[in-house]
Write a protein that binds this ligand. Structure first.
Ligand SMILES: CC(C)(COP(=O)(O)OP(=O)(O)OC[C@H]1O[C@@H](n2cnc3c(N)ncnc32)[C@H](O)[C@@H]1OP(=O)(O)O)[C@@H](O)C(=O)NCCC(=O)NCCS
Length: 182
């Protein structure tokens, strides 16, 4: 693996702080990583929250986003953050860039929110970093009521702050959205 000679930095930015140029650069990078399955829904899902933009010199090489999302357990509405569009460009994988972003996003959740959630298939990558699969049942709120739904692929993963009273063996409910509900 080539030695790094440029500085590695992580910018933390809200979507509204990103210029058109930066948004274009980000979407291009995400399409490069995910290919054709990175459609308009996937892009919409990653907007409206916090972006972690990891650069090698000026080049954007890794990204993860946390987006505020409705979460409920029983009658308790949770301050939830949802993880989206975690990606490292192929040539830059296995250098700890993805783990750095997950660690920063995890710290944000544990300091300021009731729960962090996202759907993943690369379990071991996140389990190493303290995330776990949701053990209870998952639901989405539709106009017809609550429906038991999981992600189209993978599993719902979660992270809680210290001393949380959220029960990971209980029900977890979110809102319906276009595309994959989780
Ligand atoms: C999953 C993904 C984000 C990981 O990004 P990354 O930058 O390679 O992540 P890291 O380097 O932090 O860790 C990846 C692996 O490298 C290892 N690693 C971590 N730091 C390392 C270092 N400094 N040197 C060598 N290896 C390292 C880790 O052990 C990890 O191995 P594991 O997955 O077998 O447990 C990246 O592979 C990716 O974008 N994949 C395609 C898109 C995708 O699937 N996104 C996630 C949706 S759930």
């Amino acid at each position: 693996m080539a030695r790094l000679t440029e500085p590695v930095t992580v910018q933390v930015r809200h979507t509204e702080e990103l210029s058109e140029k930066e948004l274009h650069e980000l979407r291009k990078m995400l399409v490069e990583v995910f290919g054709a399955r990175y459609d308009d829904n996937a892009w919409d899902h990653c907007l409206g929250g916090i972006h972690y933009l990891l650069r090698y010199g000026d080049k954007l090489v890794a990204h993860g986003a946390l987006v505020p999302r409705y979460m409920r357990q029983g009658d308790r509405v949770l301050r939830g953050m949802y993880g989206e569009s975690m990606a490292t460009l192929d040539d830059w994988c296995h250098r700890g860039f993805g783990s750095t972003i997950v660690a920063m996003a995890t710290a944000e959740i544990r300091l300021n929110y009731d729960i962090g959630v996202f759907a993943a298939s690369k379990y071991s990558f996140y389990e190493r970093l303290g995330w776990d699969k949701w053990r209870g049942q998952t639901f989405v709120e539709t106009e017809h009521g609550i429906e038991a739904r999981g992600p189209d692929r993978g599993a719902v993963m979660f992270r809680l702050p210290r001393h949380s009273t959220v029960d990971p063996d209980g029900d977890l409910i979110t809102n319906l959205r276009s595309g994959d509900p989780w």
